[in-house]
Design a protein around this ligand. Structure first.
Ligand code: ADP
Length: 353
């Protein structure tokens, strides 16, 4: 059985084709900086070790990325299958759907639930809806499964997820912290506790979207993400935590809701502070040539991470292990060091291997 797993990030697209039940990866592909002039594309045939790596290619949309990958996947010479019709099922790391959670078949109702929550997950749900609809056109008869990011966070206690807002807003509209990046953190919880039953783990998923998760006894205990994906740490383009009264204040100053939303969704985050880029590698490059605002963006990012680690270790009553994931967390030794250096008072020591 061939299963294609799709990870549609806020700035990236990643694919892996698995042969089941042996869980053998036949090929993988990674497309980064979608929408930028300087996108990158990588396809790797895990059977023949053929690699197609294009470091500088403008990939203007998710649908262009999918087309590129499918062409490589079915390429006569270097692909791994002859036709997309050989795929038996598709899996998506979906974000949020009104009324649905966990692992579900992507029926019309589930897709409608994703559309209903476009307002709180505009970038992520839009990208997934577009990608899934494109695949449904190409492969109309194969099952497509969504694993929703919110399900790992069902265990967050009510006192950790409730805002101090009118209680009926929680009852009527479900306004409470939801938590996202559940697939990543459930994997962190499993892997980090493989050899040792660590009670208190903090996961730092740092990428185009970033969040911190407190994992107590292997279960989600708190998340820096709130009701929407707009909260917590600074993201690539999105603001992260911002006082809710900033919005009515700016409206009163004469900015339209569209202008404010643009600022929160597209012109905020690491791009907003640095003024250079939403991409961490480009921000690092700007720091190397002395750009002060790029340095400031990284400093704000680090302080935000440290703030949540401090708060969550206090909330859990301990800290045994910090785990870094996501494009930045996995690859930037600089960020890991900056964060750990600020946590010496919690006896955090960086393993310099
Ligand atoms: P998404 O949330 O879109 O899935 P990723 O988890 O793929 O994003 O992370 C993308 C981010 O990771 C980008 O800002 C990119 O610059 C950064 N990144 C990737 N590789 C490196 C690296 N070697 N060093 C520092 N940052 C990196």
């Amino acid at each position: 059985m061939l299963i294609l797993v799709n990870n549609v990030g806020s700035t990236s697209l990643k694919f892996k084709l698995y042969s089941m039940p042996e869980e053998k990866v036949l090929c993988e592909s990674k497309i980064e900086r979608i929408g930028s002039e300087k996108g990158s594309y990588l396809f790797q045939n895990c059977l023949s070790l053929y690699k197609n790596s294009i470091p500088n290619i403008p990939i203007e949309s998710y649908s262009k990325g999918i087309d590129l990958f499918l062409a490589n996947l079915t390429d006569k010479e270097n692909g791994v299958i002859d036709s997309v019709n050989q795929i038996d099922g598709l899996g998506f790391k979906t974000v949020i759907s009104k009324g649905y959670d966990g692992t579900v078949l992507l029926t019309d109702d589930v897709m409608q639930g994703m559309k209903d929550y476009l307002f709180i997950a505009p970038i992520h749900n839009k990208a997934y809806i577009d990608a899934i609809e494109q695949f449904k056109l190409i492969l109309p008869n194969i099952p497509m499964i969504g694993v929703f990011e919110t399900s790992f966070h069902q265990t967050i206690p009510l006192e950790n997820k409730l805002y101090s807002l009118p209680y009926e807003w929680y009852q009527e509209y479900g306004i409470a912290r939801k938590g996202y990046h559940g697939a990543s953190f459930s994997y962190v919880a499993k892997q980090a506790r493989k050899d040792n039953d660590y009670k208190y783990i903090i996961g730092c998923h740092l990428g185009g979207s970033s969040s911190i998760c407190a994992i107590k006894d292997g279960k989600s205990f708190d998340s820096s993400f709130g009701f929407s994906l707009q909260t917590g740490l600074p993201h690539a383009n999105r603001s992260g935590d911002a006082d809710s009264y900033i919005v009515p204040f700016l409206q009163n100053e004469g900015l339209s809701w569209q202008e404010i939303r643009q600022g929160l969704d597209n012109r905020g985050g690491m791009l907003g502070i640095s003024g250079v880029s939403n991409d961490f590698i480009e921000i690092q490059q700007a720091i190397e040539v002395g750009n002060e605002r790029a340095k400031l963006a990284v400093d704000v990012f680090v302080v935000s991470i440290v703030r949540y680690i401090g708060a969550f270790s206090a909330e859990m009553g301990g800290l045994d292990k910090i785990v870094f994931t996501g494009g930045i967390g996995e690859n930037s030794a600089m960020i890991r060091k900056k964060v750990c250096d600020k946590l010496e008072h919690l006896s955090v020591k960086l393993d310099n291997f």
